[in-house]
Design a protein around this ligand. Structure first.
Ligand SMILES: [Cu+2]
Length: 126
């Protein structure tokens, strides 16, 4: 009886810990998840402008319901690698980025002709 109670308490404690851990991971960068969608049948990002906090991990998802490949890139952040989300038709990609410098940055799709067709946006880091 006594040992049964003990193991129950242990399981309860572990479940509580798991909940705390889950809450921490899903909390991420404070602002939660941001989703950008490539406009189906057009050259546009929806939303075109997104705002994220500086110097905090931000998790972004890029969804592509269109019939051709698109990507979502940020120009001029000063990061060694241009932040990029890439999605084939019907797919999506999620990554976590940290943008160190506050400012406004140009977002574009790097596939040939897409930026020229208006597939651009703005990232505001503050
Ligand atoms: Cu595109």
């Amino acid at each position: 009886m006594r040992s049964f109670w003990k193991s129950g308490a242990l399981i309860g404690a572990l479940a509580g810990l798991a909940l705390v851990l889950a809450a921490c991971t899903s909390g991420g960068g404070g602002s939660g998840g941001n989703t950008i969608t490539a406009k189906k049948g057009g050259f546009a990002f929806e939303p075109a402008t997104i705002t994220v906090p500086a110097n905090q991990p931000v998790t972004l998802t890029f969804k592509n319901p269109d019939t051709q490949i698109h990507d979502w890139r940020v120009r001029g952040t000063g990061l060694p690698e241009e932040p990029t989300l890439y999605a084939e038709p019907g797919k999506q990609e999620t990554k976590t980025f940290t943008f160190p410098k506050p400012g406004e940055y140009v977002i574009y799709c790097s596939l040939p002709g897409h930026e020229a067709s208006g597939m651009v946006g703005k990232l505001i880091v503050k």
